[in-house]
Design a protein. Sequence first.
Lengths: 112, 114
Amino acid sequence: ELKVEQNPLFLSMQEGKNYTIYCNYSTTSDRLYWYRQDPGKSLESLFVLLSNGAVKQEGRLMASLDTKARLSTLHITAAVHDLSATYFCAVGGVDSNYQLIWGAGTKLIIKP
Amino acid sequence: GAGVSQSPRYKVAKRGQDVALRCDPISGHVSLFWYQQALGQGPEFLTYFQNEAQLDKSGLPSDRFFAERPEGSVSTLKIQRTQQEDSAVYLCASSLSGRNTEAFFGQGTRLTVV
């Protein structure tokens, strides 16, 4: 059974600092997604990672995937207040064409 | 439409009442998903449609939950005889097709059962 674990679950940081959110999963996967959710809002797709070693960057966010270690990271560079949100990773198992298993989310608060 | 639209945005139901939640996916999207999101948790899969075919309903928590997508576009999630534990945000998502495409989410329906 595929299980997904994110850490930390809560992160408070200062503007300008760097930090990394981790997403571990328990069985083989060939696709991983990162989403952002603002309070009371829906989920916004950030990155789709489909292969080992994949790295994608958008602004101050960079995501990577290591399928051998069953680990994805979401790195935040020089954080700004606008990045405050909850970040989720979602992982698809190789035996399912569509079902995703979601992490519990990392609530990120960036203080000015 | 421009995005996935869900209605109503908020629903308060008395315990035992039936509710129907509507999802309008992005036009042309083959795949449609329903998720349940409890407060402070990640979404949990409920059911999946490919066009009008419900290919997986393994995540529906009980036989009180029923979903349909009769013409392959709009979908309705129905909950009969609501219970307090049904209180959650119900999210609908659609994707173009295929297993590697990203899903686009609606804003959800927050259901509160009192």
